[in-house]
Design a protein around this ligand. Structure first.
Ligand code: PEP
Length: 270
């Protein structure tokens, strides 16, 4: 079984004061289900230290929003994977659509960043997704497969074991417009099949989460499909009631017999 995971992406939001209040409120609300699902919070870099301390031993993991493709040295303004690992990050987002579109990070850049994350023993959360134009042209599967293939070509299929794929249609991120459950289901199934074709077992073992305007009101519907292993949540992760409501909806998808499920970190290579 794949253990569901909920990841909050704070983007470029927060302050020392508001972070503390938000984390305290989130932790108080998630207590009933925090062992049923995995949870992580990805604050901006300057707040990693603060959020790590606030999360303590609650079981909610720390994540980062991006990483440099270089290891160290003359890269002013960059943050290395070694630094993130030292800060206690378990997850790192890579290839988020805002990075791809606003900061021109290519498929190859994404693959190089993915390599750095793996080299430091952290879990990449690889974001893939199509623009509205690409969806209207019927190219959704072609686009996500191209984005996945770039990472596999650079890192090999073995490196994909244990990573998380986040399907995030660009037109649904921060827009208030979500993909329909059918669209999510269809694309997740295509991603799983693509991974399975690359290596037996990879499709079944990889957690694929959905992101794009998830909130407490639409989460149950979006998470109902067994193809959906959780969510990557931006705006709603900044509100304790919303984020914990999404977590509760995700935990409700786990039956009693599933509750000992865990992510599979390896699969049989063909
Ligand atoms: C995201 O930042 O990855 C995201 C899905 O944002 P939002 O939930 O605000 O659409």
């Amino acid at each position: 079984m794949r253990k569901p995971i909920l990841i909050g992406n704070w983007k470029m939001n927060g302050s020392l004061h508001s972070n503390q209040a938000l984390i305290v409120r989130v932790l108080a609300r998630i207590r009933p289900f925090c062992k049923t699902i995995d949870m992580a919070i990805c604050p901006p870099f300057p707040y990693l230290f603060q959020v790590r301390d606030l999360l303590g031993y609650t079981g909610v993991a720390l994540g980062a929003q991006n990483v440099s493709c270089a290891t160290s040295g003359a890269h002013t303004g960059e943050v290395s994977a070694t630094m993130l690992a030292e800060m206690g990050c378990r997850y790192v987002l890579v290839g988020h659509s805002e990075r791809r579109s606003l900061y021109h990070e290519s498929d190859n850049d994404t693959a190089a960043r993915f390599r750095q994350i793996k080299a430091c023993g952290m879990v990449p959360v690889l974001c893939v997704g199509e623009t509205l134009k690409e969806r209207e042209q019927g190219r959704t599967e072609e686009v996500v497969e191209r984005q996945l293939r770039a990472v596999i070509d650079e890192n090999g299929m073995a490196a994909v074991a244990g990573c998380i794929v986040a399907y995030e249609p660009v037109w649904a991120i921060g827009t208030g417009r979500t993909a329909t459950p059918d669209q999510v289901n269809e694309t997740h199934r295509a991603i799983r099949q693509f991974l399975e074709n690359c290596a037996a077992g990879a499709g079944q073992s990889t957690r694929i989460v959905y992101g794009g305007s998830v909130n407490a009101a639409n989460a149950a519907e979006l998470f109902q499909s067994p193809e959906v292993d959780g969510g990557l949540v931006g705006g709603a992760s900044l509100k304790a009631d919303e984020f914990s409501g999404i977590g509760a909806a995700l935990a409700n998808t786990v039956t009693q017999t599933d509750s000992s499920c865990d992510a599979v970190d390896s699969f049989q290579m063909e």
